[in-house]
Design a protein around this ligand. Structure first.
Ligand SMILES: *[C@@H]1O[C@H](CO)[C@@H](O)[C@H](O)[C@H]1NC(C)=O
Ligand SMILES: *[C@@H]1O[C@H](CO)[C@@H](O)[C@H](O)[C@H]1NC(C)=O
Ligand SMILES: *[C@@H]1O[C@H](CO)[C@@H](O)[C@H](O)[C@H]1NC(C)=O
Ligand SMILES: *[C@@H]1O[C@H](CO)[C@@H](O)[C@H](O)[C@H]1NC(C)=O
Ligand SMILES: *[C@@H]1O[C@H](CO)[C@@H](O)[C@H](O)[C@H]1NC(C)=O
Ligand SMILES: *[C@@H]1O[C@H](CO)[C@@H](O)[C@H](O)[C@H]1NC(C)=O
Ligand SMILES: *[C@@H]1O[C@H](CO)[C@@H](O)[C@H](O)[C@H]1NC(C)=O
Ligand SMILES: *[C@@H]1O[C@H](CO)[C@@H](O)[C@H](O)[C@H]1NC(C)=O
Ligand SMILES: *[C@@H]1O[C@H](CO)[C@@H](O)[C@H](O)[C@H]1NC(C)=O
Length: 505
């Protein structure tokens, strides 16, 4: 099976080095941020076709389409490689989108397409351009990419046989920004300019990237990235070994607030279903094949991040710099890594086995590269209709916060044990519950797992789980037994499951 996980190849390294070169100092920017006309603001979400080759029909896309639409996502950017199943899956996705009043467009992944293929890419655009679910902007067929600086835009456009709105992931200083209609910035995480976590003195923030793109686009629409997390941990068990994190912690909250202030024409959420890099906001149950990610994805639902985004998307579309008036129900979204950084998994971790090919430069043994940029903490976002008191018990650490109406974020040092949350107002309990996931100081399935567990209050009525296809490579690379889908399953957990049911008063 060919997998599209390539956000990490040498091409990116070159591009990012170029971005850094193009950013001498932060004060060099004019802070060009013409807030976009609110009538045309759109939210996209990056969707990996490369891991859904097992889908059987258009209906297999319906839940994703409905769920995304209900959040206010306007279109999926369908990331495609050159797999044998790409056309079959594109046709299902376009059909399901049409059935569910959603829009889609193609995002060509230049880890698999080459920049010499402009006419093939144009021809692929032409194949789908006339379908009812095709997203159009300004009357033109929207086309995007991952990477692709240097592709001949004129040839691509003429081969498409229709007017296109081309907003690729070109990089300032690399691609020809005169030839395109807009651009997507992929770097949704603070980084070191070389596709790894920042270090003191080498820190290209997401906001730096915004300014770099806005400047290069000189008024053309900007597709601003928004991501919640980044962690990947592949060892020798796959051919695409890579092991690093980007600073994530409260990124999802901070970035949405930044986007409300920036007011870009478009936002692209990175991603719906890239489980391998832990930045999925779609459900675990969304049908997909296992690319080896299940060992850090199993029992780690992210659907709370979907919930959190909803009022921010509404505020963004309304052109409001504050999310507050778009919060209609009291909710708590919380997340944390399942283990502290201090555990030692060196004798069983998957990245400690064998001798993986490190030609990408992305493979590290043991703790993921950049791990020190993450805090051992439990992160909580309160979405409140009126002020309330938030109490967080993380193991033995208990803290209480006064939260204003609107959205607020808090963090509590990670404590091993149970994770208990409550919201009270005027002495009355509003929400309370215990997370289904304890923080432990042992190596879950033997590995360093730097993915995040995301929970909510009220808790969902069902537990989101990986399906068999999404678990098929679970044991590959593991050195210890790893029971499947245990979240909320054991007898002690079952009682907690009831405890997690919110009490509303
Ligand atoms: C905003 O967009 C709408 C619809 O495209 C257009 O009618 C209007 O003139 C635009 N307003 C500005 C200030 O550009
Ligand atoms: C679509 O395929 C799934 C299996 O992936 C199957 O469960 C479902 O019944 C099929 N739906 C239709 C409408 O054929
Ligand atoms: C960039 O694109 C513009 C518009 O298509 C074109 O006129 C120009 O020649 C291109 N520049 C380069 C260096 O290719
Ligand atoms: C990078 O800069 C941001 C913004 O100033 C800051 O929040 C972050 O801590 C910095 N990261 C590192 C590793 O220096
Ligand atoms: C933004 O929301 C605030 C309340 O949070 C409201 O007072 C204000 O009028 C809104 N602004 C716009 C531009 O809608
Ligand atoms: C884990 O323990 C091993 C064996 O004692 C040691 O060699 C290694 O440095 C430790 N790793 C970390 C990250 O502390
Ligand atoms: C390592 O991977 C690169 C890129 O896929 C490939 O070109 C090279 O042949 C591989 N090296 C070995 C020793 O397998
Ligand atoms: C892989 O390559 C990167 C970049 O050269 C290097 O920093 C890293 O240490 C290498 N990993 C291993 C396990 O040698
Ligand atoms: C938490 O506190 C209890 C009671 O003082 C103590 O027995 C336990 O070891 C503590 N747990 C941790 C993880 O510190």
């Amino acid at each position: 099976m060919k997998i599209h996980l390539g956000y990490s190849l040498a091409i990116i390294l070159q591009c990012l080095t170029a971005i850094v070169a193009a950013i001498p100092t932060r004060v060099a920017f004019n802070h060009l941020s013409p807030r976009a006309n609110t009538t045309d603001r759109l939210v996209f979400c990056h969707f990996m076709i490369g891991i859904v080759g097992n889908r059987q029909n258009a209906s297999d896309y319906d839940d994703d389409m409905k769920r995304a639409k209900s959040l206010g996502i306007d279109a999926f950017a369908l990331n495609i490689g050159t797999d044998s199943y790409t056309d079959t899956q594109l046709s299902y996705a376009y059909q399901s989108a049409a059935n569910n009043d959603m829009k889609v467009f193609i995002s060509f992944d230049f880890n698999w397409w080459s920049i010499g293929q402009a006419s093939d890419i144009g021809a692929k655009v032409k194949q789908y351009a006339g379908l009812p679910a095709q997203l159009k902007y300004d009357g033109k067929v929207v086309v995007s990419s991952f990477a692709g600086d240097g592709v001949d835009v004129g040839t691509l456009e003429s081969s498409a046989g229709t007017d296109i709105f081309f907003a690729p992931n070109f990089h300032p200083g690399q691609g020809n920004f005169s030839a395109i209609d807009g651009a997507l910035n992929w770097m949704a995480w603070d980084n070191n300019g070389n596709n790894k976590a920042p270090t003191p003195g080498h820190n290209v923030t997401v906001a730096d990237g915004d300014q770099s793109y806005i400047s290069a686009l000189s008024g053309k629409p900007y597709v601003a990235p928004a991501s919640a997390w980044f962690s990947t941990h592949y060892g020798a068990e796959v051919s695409y070994s890579k092991n690093w994190v980007f600073p994530s912690d409260l990124l999802w909250f901070n970035r949405w607030n930044e986007i409300l202030k920036l007011g870009p024409q478009f936002v692209e959420v990175i991603t719906w279903n890239d489980y391998g890099e832990s930045h999925y906001i779609g459900p675990l149950s969304s049908p997909h094949n296992d690319d080896g990610a299940s060992k850090w994805v199993m029992d780690m639902p992210h659907d709370g991040w979907l919930e959190m985004a909803k009022p921010f998307i509404s505020a963004y579309k309304a052109g409001n710099t504050s999310v507050n008036q778009y919060i209609t129900d009291d909710q708590l979204i919380y997340w944390y890594r399942p283990t502290p950084k201090s555990i030692n998994c060196s004798s069983t971790d998957n990245t400690e086995q064998g001798n993986p090919n490190n030609s990408s430069g992305n493979f590290f043994r043991g703790l993921p590269n950049g791990y020190e940029t993450l805090e051992d903490a439990v992160f909580v976002v309160s979405l409140l209709t009126e002020p309330a008191t938030i109490k967080v018990q993380s193991g033995n650490n208990t803290q209480t916060f006064s939260a204003e109406a609107g959205a607020s974020a808090f963090s509590v040092p990670m404590g091993v044990g149970k994770q208990v949350f409550s919201v009270t107002r005027n002495g009355q309990s509003v929400l309370s519950g215990t997370s289904l996931k304890d923080i432990v100081d042992t190596c879950i399935c033997g590995i360093y797992n730097f993915n995040a567990y995301v929970g909510t209050l009220p808790a969902p009525s069902t537990i989101d789980q990986l399906q068999p296809a999404g678990l098929s490579l679970l044991t590959q690379g593991l050195q210890v037994p790893c029971p499947t889908n245990t979240l909320g399953a054991s007898s002690t957990d079952a009682s907690r499951r009831y405890a997690a049911t919110p009490t509303r008063h």
